[in-house]
Design a protein around this ligand. Structure first.
Ligand SMILES: CC(C)(COP(=O)(O)OP(=O)(O)OC[C@H]1O[C@@H](n2cnc3c(N)ncnc32)[C@H](O)[C@@H]1OP(=O)(O)O)[C@@H](O)C(=O)NCCC(=O)NCCS
Length: 169
């Protein structure tokens, strides 16, 4: 039976995590890869919630790190589905940080958009429920996601024959 569809609010997630000293860079601040890992995890939960099963990351758009995250900060990953197609979904993630020294205001530290694809046990793409935007903001996000999708697919097609990279060691 085909699902009647779901609103973005039904699968949205805020994931919070205290930053410890295990993932720092040479500057002593949190490694960007740690933040990317959390972004990917949060998007995966949202995609799984919307599609009632596992989803893999097919693409991650350019992620801009606006501010450094420090050990002791509490980061919050606000993840929400913005678009759904046949088997793919776009999930937007905004990362904010509460600073451990409370006189420094909380701030957005990174934003990202990910393409998640729902898969079955064999890793084959499976159909996902339609997304039903409810609010004006949901509709705007949906329209913007359609533009990003067109750009991603056009870029993928244009770069279908990549230049071979040779690494000499
Ligand atoms: C993602 C994956 C399942 C897609 O498989 P595929 O055989 O290319 O499937 P399709 O061509 O049918 O694409 C499936 C959907 O993903 C979309 N898609 C695939 N690659 C995309 C990209 N680079 N950008 C945007 N959308 C993409 C397609 O448009 C399609 O969307 P739709 O069904 O909503 O129309 C497959 O490439 C894969 O398993 N990749 C590895 C994923 C992974 O392991 N991620 C973790 C990284 S460690």
């Amino acid at each position: 039976m085909t699902s009647p569809g779901r609103p973005p609010a039904a699968s949205q997630l805020t994931l919070s995590q205290i930053m410890d000293q295990h993932h720092t860079n040479l500057m002593g601040t949190v490694h960007g890869g740690r933040i990317l890992n959390l972004i990917d995890s949060a998007a995966g939960v949202v995609a799984a919630r919307h599609s009632d099963g596992p989803a893999v990351t097919a693409a991650m758009d350019e992620t801009v790190f606006l501010q450094a995250v420090r050990v002791g900060d509490v980061v919050h990953l606000h993840a929400r589905i913005t678009w759904a197609g046949r088997s793919s979904m776009e999930v937007a993630v905004r990362v904010t940080a509460d600073r451990w020294d409370r006189d420094v205001p909380a701030t957005t530290v990174a934003t990202s958009h990910l393409v998640m694809v729902a898969v079955d046990d064999d890793g084959t793409p499976r159909t996902v429920p339609p997304l039903l935007p409810q609010t004006e903001e949901d509709h705007r996000s949906f329209r913007q996601a359609e533009i990003r999708r067109r750009h991603r697919l056009a870029l993928r097609d244009a770069l279908a024959r990549p230049v071979a990279l040779e690494v000499t060691v």
